[in-house]
Design a protein around this ligand. Structure first.
Ligand SMILES: O=C(O)c1ccccc1NCC(=O)[C@H](O)[C@H](O)COP(=O)(O)O
Length: 241
């Protein structure tokens, strides 16, 4: 059985690595230099980095230069998220050398464009399904954007390669992942799913690992690492078994 991939998160707001609670603008705790954080996860053995431009997601500017600098400094695979909504932002994201990008708002607001870029870029495109209940949220998770399962069916039919699934109610709370949601999404699609939001302990990661046979491929870990609930080395060991 393949092991669960771990993606330590670096979310960037106003040039700083931050953690939010429920993804809400204004709830951030700052953790300093994004580059230092990313290099620390890389040194600790990460194979992936989940890198988010929160200002681009919220429409409060962007950290494009810094994001490119961080992505460019990584020897590991980078998943880039936040505010990628048109040809220019997609081009800039892919030009960082990242392995793949997450589209969120665009999948809700400009489905034709998303279908086109999925056809052009294949598995370089993942779609972030960020939900409250089963309602998708866009624009930095501030606006409702339709039904999760209807959108999933549409994206599946367009050939979307992978989904990053976040329960916003869990994100940044250290309350544990929504395993039921992950199971339900895996049952609704044959594409790999990356779990995001709420991981608080090594047991949470072991519980997500048990969903690998159902289709969960990876888990994004943010707050738990910054709060030192466990180290990345411990997390990698926990999912290696
Ligand atoms: O990814 C986005 O585009 C995004 C937009 C608006 C608010 C938050 C956003 N992402 C947050 C993340 O991807 C978190 O890093 C991730 O869910 C980790 O959560 P946690 O382990 O609970 O800190």
């Amino acid at each position: 059985m393949p092991k669960l991939e771990l993606l330590p998160a670096v979310d960037v707001r106003d040039g700083q690595a931050v953690r939010l609670v429920h993804g809400e603008s204004g709830s951030e705790t700052s953790y300093g230099s994004p580059l230092e954080a990313a290099l620390a996860w890389q040194s600790a053995g990460a194979e992936w980095l989940h890198l988010v431009d929160l200002d681009a997601a919220f429409g409060t500017g962007d950290n494009r230069t810094l994001i490119a600098e961080v992505a460019g400094a990584m020897d590991i695979k980078v998943e880039l998220s936040g505010g990628i909504r048109d040809d220019a932002s997609l081009e800039a994201a892919l030009a960082t050398g990242c392995r793949r990008v997450n589209l969120g708002t665009a999948a809700l607001e400009t489905p034709e464009w998303v279908a086109k870029v999925i056809a052009e870029h294949g598995d370089k495109i993942a779609v972030g399904l960020d939900v409250r209940g089963t309602t998708l949220r866009g624009r930095g998770w501030t606006r409702d954007g339709g039904d999760l399962y209807e959108t999933l069916a549409r994206l599946d039919s367009e050939g979307c390669a992978r989904y990053v699934v976040t329960d916003i109610a869990k994100d940044g709370t250290l309350q544990g992942p929504n395993l039921g949601l992950l199971r339900d999404v895996c049952a609704a699609t044959d594409r790999p799913v990356v779990a995001s939001g709420g991981v608080s302990s090594l047991d949470d990661l072991r519980a997500i690992s048990l969903l690998v046979p159902e289709g969960v491929e990876g888990a994004i870990v943010g707050k738990a690492l910054y709060a030192k609930a466990f180290t990345l080395e411990e997390a990698l060991k926990a999912v290696a078994a």
